[in-house]
Design a binder for this molecule. Structure first.
Ligand SMILES: Cc1cc2nc3c(=O)[nH]c(=O)nc-3n(C[C@H](O)[C@H](O)[C@H](O)COP(=O)(O)OP(=O)(O)OC[C@H]3O[C@@H](n4cnc5c(N)ncnc54)[C@H](O)[C@@H]3O)c2cc1C
Length: 490
């Protein structure tokens, strides 16, 4: 063999062995969103270091993604800390004065409602009707939200002599708001019984991060805040670009394989990927998941909710106004869909509101099909469509300049999220699916081999950051308990 071929053989052997090298750890955590990250920091806080976090993308955070746009930190995903009592995020953040209440910022008198003729509606009247709509919806305990809500709200509107066109418009807006809270395509999809499992944390439901956005939660978890604490070495435990494609757990031993050819052996794996990813990858487990778990993954819902943020050259709306919402009757909705040049999908906009710390930005939320359509369009197309909606509603009242920047999210099409957050469907209700079906571990004897965390696995706080965080802590503590490690009271 020539010297060159010998060198080539050595290089090839090194390359092949690198690609097939198997790392061994006691624990593998899949995903570095808040759930995986909290599992990791809980292990480290208890001096347990023999683990690795495998993250498919090139960043931590998952559905928490704070980006620098227009000179301020904007959250493309999670934005609010919902409630105070028993809320793990609030408990971490509030002692350090990192949160500010958004509720007063968006109080009723600061919200304007317009129809497609540019007519403005009395916001007190409209918001009272919206509150009534919500109250009826949240009393639902069987069937779908649609079955329960539509007839009862119609009865209320008739009994109170509400103008039919206003009634239609409020009914549509209430449905769109609920679709965005639940990440559902329609009220018909939402299972009323399952959704009663959700528990709202007491206290202000709309805390926002004062200046640095939701990414601050990772500084709190890793103890980079408060300054002077002993930082947990979580960063060095995370490997990026590791898309997990297979989890073998035959015989109680775990082998995790990644798309880049690397493999990891472990005693335990904690899976924290979103319900959307679990749906797409339910076949990656070998042996296959038990029937009830696979059924829970299949039938619980996770839809598309997203944001469009426009940056204007200057603030063109009054300083005492902090939100605009469309209020379109059935006929106006149809006409808008028919005649709109760019933006038939924008008819499902929940509203637009300014962003704290930058008074030149407006942020709009979209749910369901509108969100999916928005994700497929280019930024320029989305900006044009959003401007068409703004001009339709507000063009007669305000001089609206062309935006100079746009930011849009893509949670529905991002292959590592495949949806925004989870909800109970009528089908999961019919099959009596609970979140426990998602969260219980696959055991080998009494050894938890495949464990499940992530927002969707929390029994009451699913769909939130505090739910995802608490689920990660839960699985890490369960594991430490199994391993006989005394846990600190965290
Ligand atoms: C638009 C939007 C607004 C929201 N607003 C709020 C809000 O105001 N308040 C609130 O409390 N919650 C909100 N949420 C929900 C909140 O963001 C989520 O519940 C929470 O962040 C979920 O965290 P997680 O760790 O469970 O999942 P994820 O954040 O999805 O983390 C999972 C991680 O796994 C990785 N991953 C995926 N597949 C693989 C694979 N095959 N191999 C390896 N890694 C993989 C992902 O890249 C990701 O980093 C919002 C979400 C969205 C999308």
């Amino acid at each position: 063999m020539s010297q060159t071929s010998a060198l080539f053989c050595v290089a090839l052997t090194v390359f092949v062995s690198m690609a097939t090298a198997v790392e061994r750890h006691k624990v593998v955590i899949v995903g570095a969103g808040v759930s995986g990250y909290a599992a990791a920091t809980t292990l480290l806080a208890n001096n347990f270091t023999d683990f690795v976090v495998l993250e498919a993308s090139d960043r931590i955070g998952g559905r928490i993604h704070t980006v620098d746009f227009g000179g301020v930190w904007i959250d493309e995903g999670a934005e609010f800390v919902h409630g105070e009592r028993d809320n793990a995020v609030f408990e971490l953040a509030s002692p350090h004065n990192l949160l500010t209440s958004y509720s007063s910022y968006i109080s009723n008198d600061k919200h304007m409602f317009f129809d497609s003729n540019g007519r403005e509606y009395n916001s007190t009247v409209i918001l009272e009707l919206m509150d009534k709509a919500k109250e009826i919806m949240f009393n639902a305990t069987y069937g779908s939200f649609a079955d329960y809500f539509y007839p009862r709200f119609q009865e209320y509107l008739t009994a109170n002599n509400i103008d039919p066109e206003v009634g239609e418009a409020v009914t549509h807006l209430a449905a769109v708001w609920e679709m965005s809270y639940s990440a559902a395509d329609s009220l018909e999809q939402i299972g009323a019984r399952g959704e009663t499992e959700y528990v709202e944390n007491e206290g202000d439901l709309r805390w926002k991060w004062k200046s640095r956005g939701y990414k601050t939660i990772f500084d709190l978890l890793a103890r980079r805040i408060p300054e002077g604490s002993q930082e947990l070495p979580v960063t060095e435990r995370i490997q990026f670009g590791k898309e997990v494609t297979r989890v073998d757990h035959e015989g109680g031993e775990v082998t995790v394989q990644c798309g880049d050819g690397s493999s990891y052996k472990a005693d335990h794996v904690i899976v924290t990927v979103s319900l959307g990813v679990l749906k797409a990858r339910v076949g990656m487990f070998n042996p296959p998941l038990p029937k009830d778990k696979a059924q829970a993954i299949q039938t619980l819902g996770i839809g598309c909710v997203g944001k469009v943020i426009l940056l204007f050259p200057h603030r063109w709306w009054p300083t005492d106004i902090n939100a605009f919402s469309p209020l379109l009757s059935k006929k106006q909705l149809e006409d808008f869909k028919k005649n709109s040049t760019h933006g038939y999908w924008t008819y499902n906009c929940t509203g637009m509101r300014p962003v704290i710390n930058n008074d030149r930005m407006l942020l709009a939320w979209y749910a369901g099909e509108s969100c999916r359509v928005m994700e497929k369009l280019t930024e320029a197309e989305v900006a044009e469509a959003q401007m068409e909606l703004l001009n339709t509603l507000l063009g007669k009242r305000f001089q609206i300049p062309q935006p100079e920047g746009i930011l849009k999210s893509n949670w529905g099409s991002n292959p590592y999220t495949l949806g925004s957050y989870s909800f109970h469907t009528t089908e999961s209700d019919r099959l009596n699916v609970t979140r426990h079906d998602l969260s219980y571990p696959i055991l080998h004897g009494d050894k938890p081999v495949v464990m499940f965390a992530g927002e969707a696995s929390h029994p009451h706080y699913y769909s939130t950051v505090h739910g995802g965080l608490s689920a990660g802590v839960r699985e890490a503590k369960n594991l430490l308990k199994y391993l006989g490690v005394q846990t600190e009271n965290a």
